[in-house]
Design a protein around this ligand. Structure first.
Ligand SMILES: [Zn+2]
Length: 145
């Protein structure tokens, strides 16, 4: 739809104080949502924004998986972050958080990481589809969410 895009660009230029409003489209049903941003977003982010606002069943499922990822990443921080006993490095934390995305999206079933001789991390999905973050040490702690 090149004509519509041109109109949007016209509106963008007329906005004061550098704010831009741009449409995004739900990944699944194409529902439009307008995003107002200070600097303009790339198309992928605009479409993600629209999908997060949409109420179609596929978008709801996408939103649920997004919340599940956030909870699992919070659980990783609780068990391995700076507040935890013997925290891991920031790079290891990022590696674990990226692993969560792959597990939540169904691309990887389970990841085990030997942090050192004493600490082990296991990231997996339960039979009910929840993401399980386990820290094994002299004791075992598990958070499910
Ligand atoms: Zn939708």
């Amino acid at each position: 739809m090149p004509i519509q895009k041109k109109i949007v660009n016209e509106e963008k230029r007329e906005k004061p104080e550098g704010l831009t409003t741009e449409p995004g489209y739900c990944f699944y049903c194409g529902q439009v949502a307008i995003a107002t941003t200070p600097d303009g977003w790339p198309e992928a982010k605009l479409n993600e924004h629209a999908t997060l606002k949409c109420s179609c069943p596929e978008a709801k499922n996408f939103q649920d998986i997004g919340k599940q990822k956030e909870r699992a990443k919070d659980n990783i921080i609780k068990l391995f972050g700076s507040e935890a006993k013997n925290p891991v490095t920031e790079i290891t934390l990022d590696l674990m958080k990226n692993s969560i995305d792959e597990i939540a999206d169904g691309n990887i079933g389970k990841i085990s990481m030997d942090i050192n001789d004493e600490i082990k991390a296991v990231l997996s999905k339960t039979a009910k589809g929840k993401i399980k973050v386990t820290r094994k040490e002299n004791y075992t702690a598990t958070l499910i969410g």
